[in-house]
Write a protein that binds this ligand. Structure first.
Ligand code: FAD
Length: 417
């Protein structure tokens, strides 16, 4: 039997995390699968992730680790393909794993091993992957729109794509088209808006998008403070819009970064303040009043240097008690010490912006999940059109959750395409 080289059961746009997992899942079911990748290489974000060690999942995955206009949407996929399913595959491939704090699972050696594993699974299942391949146009061949009848029964193609590869134009057809093109973050690693454009072409709604897991910048008095403290890291608790995280902050010459700031950036909107608790395990107003009684001859900065970095204490002194810099504690009023203590436990800062998509690890928002089946990842209106991974309005916390979403949503679609 000759195989028509322009006909596929499934075409997947994007050879990233979700696209590759979906590809071999579908091919293992006997579907003829083609993955189209615009870039010269597949899986660039996987290779760059987790500082080259890929934080591929987390031992504790809960719906609360994900942000979406519909917080329930992610549950079915996360249950269908869990962190344990992915870990089992990692173990089958002999990849050594390192668990870091907060139950995060990393490769002990290299993220390359995760990509090699996915490509190995694709090769074994007979998935075809084309790089340097860009879609020019896409049209639906099904004039009747969505039908309840299962698509695969009549074997007719539903979509036609026009592609360019090595300056050659080709027309391909498929029954199921999977959009796995990721989102806007880091254009040099494949960030693109094509997924949203396809969604819009077929009448799907998009939720508002913004950069997530991203450092903050300042334009006020904090800018020079951050510049001077650049390189300093310390554990703090940060709160914004009723969400709190305790982790390291890193001061940079632009503002603040580090895991705690990336986490809270997912909950921050332009104009919001963030609150930093510099010593989350101490009630600082009480602690300072007590110190005034017991160590009244000490300078406040001498006392604080035992708890916080010297450079930071110097900056805080400039901000909060410049007039009393050389006054012993006993000469400071209780009211002053309570105010300083409150500032240490609740330092209110107003970022001017985030660093944006240039450095953001993820994009919040995306294709509205109200129009997608949570079981199949298929558009409810447009039969045979699937969306998986970051293009959807589902964003994970830092800690391996974004990859877990890519695996779970990719697998779910892979069972039905
Ligand atoms: C620097 C960095 C580090 C990260 N580290 C982690 C981590 O350690 N743990 C974690 O859980 N998450 C991490 N993330 C987030 C994670 O990488 C993404 O959430 C995940 O890759 C999303 O998977 P995806 O399949 O939706 O998209 P992607 O993996 O981004 O794949 C999309 C693919 O589509 C391709 N594409 C785009 N447009 C087209 C087009 N027009 N035609 C064909 N192909 C196209 C892209 O080139 C890309 O290969 C990190 C992100 C970044 C940027």
């Amino acid at each position: 039997m000759t195989v028509d080289s322009s006909q596929y059961d499934v075409i997947i746009l994007g050879a990233g995390a979700s696209g590759l997992l979906c590809a071999f899942t579908a091919a293992q079911r006997g579907r003829r699968v083609l993955v189209i990748e615009k870039a010269n290489k597949v899986g660039k974000k996987i290779l760059m992730s987790g500082g080259g060690k890929c934080n591929f999942t987390n031992h504790i995955v809960e719906a609360d680790n994900f942000i979406s206009a519909n917080p329930h949407f992610c549950k079915a996929a996360l249950k269908r393909y869990t962190q344990w399913d992915f870990i089992a595959m990692v173990e089958r491939h002999g990849i050594e794993v390192e668990e870091r704090k907060h139950s995060q699972q990393f490769c002990k050696n290299s993220a390359k091993e995760i990509l090699a594993m996915l490509l190995d699974e694709c090769a074994q299942a007979g998935v075809e992957i084309r790089t340097h391949c860009e879609m020019q146009s896409l049209k639906s061949l099904d004039l009747s729109g969505h039908s309840d009848k299962h698509q695969h029964e009549d074997n007719r193609p539903s979509y036609q794509l026009s592609l360019t590869q090595d300056h050659r134009v080709q027309k391909l057809q498929c029954q199921s088209l999977v959009v796995a093109t990721g989102a806007l973050s880091i254009p040099s690693l494949g960030g693109s808006s094509i997924g949203y454009e396809i969604a819009t072409q077929f009448g799907l709604t998009l939720t508002e998008r913004r950069a997530g897991l991203v450092p903050f910048m300042f334009s006020d008095q904090m800018k020079p403070v951050c510049e001077r403290l650049s390189g300093l890291a310390l554990e703090v608790e940060v709160t914004c819009n009723q969400r709190s995280f305790t982790e390291n902050v890193l001061f940079t010459h632009r503002g603040v970064s580090g895991p705690v700031m990336l986490q809270i950036s997912n909950y921050w909107q332009q104009g919001d303040e963030i609150s930093i608790n510099l010593l989350p395990y101490l009630n600082m107003p009480e602690w300072l009043l007590e110190a005034k009684n017991t160590q009244g001859k000490q300078l406040l900065r001498t006392l604080l240097i035992k708890k916080l970095a010297k450079g930071l204490v110097k900056e805080l002194q400039e901000l909060w008690w410049p007039q009393q810099a050389d006054s012993p504690l006993a000469e400071m009023t209780d009211k002053q010490l309570i105010a300083i203590g409150n500032n240490i436990n609740n330092w209110q800062l107003k970022p001017s912006a985030t660093e944006g998509y240039r450095t953001a690890e993820v994009t919040l928002g995306g294709v509205d999940t109200a129009e997608i089946s949570s079981k199949k990842m298929e558009s409810k209106q447009q039969a045979g059109l699937y969306f998986i991974g970051e293009v959807l309005d589902v964003t994970g916390h830092l800690g391996g959750f974004n990859f877990q979403w890519a695996w779970s949503s990719g697998y779910s679609a892979g069972l039905f395409v």
